[in-house]
Design a protein around this ligand. Structure first.
Ligand SMILES: Cc1cc2nc3c(=O)[nH]c(=O)nc-3n(C[C@H](O)[C@H](O)[C@H](O)COP(=O)(O)OP(=O)(O)OC[C@H]3O[C@@H](n4cnc5c(N)ncnc54)[C@H](O)[C@@H]3O)c2cc1C
Length: 102
């Protein structure tokens, strides 16, 4: 089961990266420090982590993952809203670029 173990290890890594960036952005905000760039980065990291992890989870389940009878397809579909909703990730990248004086 090494292939699956490595897949799940990578998913855990992806989730943890997004979580730590989110906590950091939240900490900056709680300290009333500038956090526009970090919040935008956290939004991208978390929503793209969700898309990636849901997609890998669906792949592991094979054809069952694609079927309406299994909850994985719903997680995969729901994840796809993240990069679109609440300010698209393209707009988040615009904000980051502006914060970097680009
Ligand atoms: C299920 C769902 C629930 C929603 N719930 C809410 C809600 O509760 N409240 C709410 O206010 N809205 C809600 N929305 C709307 C959501 O915020 C918008 O769909 C989102 O802001 C994108 O706007 P749009 O769909 O008009 O896409 P568009 O603005 O037409 O964008 C289309 C594409 O072009 C890209 N794009 C646009 N402008 C630029 C630019 N300047 N530079 C680079 N790329 C650009 C976008 O990133 C996107 O990829 C919801 C949407 C969905 C699908």
């Amino acid at each position: 089961m090494q292939v699956i173990r490595h897949e799940i290890a990578d998913m855990a890594l992806t989730i943890e990266q997004a979580r730590q960036l989110t906590y950091y952005a939240l900490w900056l905000h709680s300290q009333k420090l500038p956090c526009t760039k970090e919040v935008s980065m956290a939004k991208i990291a978390a929503t793209e982590a969700d898309v990636k992890v849901a997609d890998r989870a669906l792949q592991i389940h094979g054809g069952y993952g694609y079927m309406m009878e299994y909850p994985i397809q719903r997680a995969w579909r729901d994840a796809r809203l993240g990069p679109i909703g609440a300010g698209t990730n393209e707009i988040m990248r615009e904000i980051i670029a502006k914060e970097l004086d680009l």
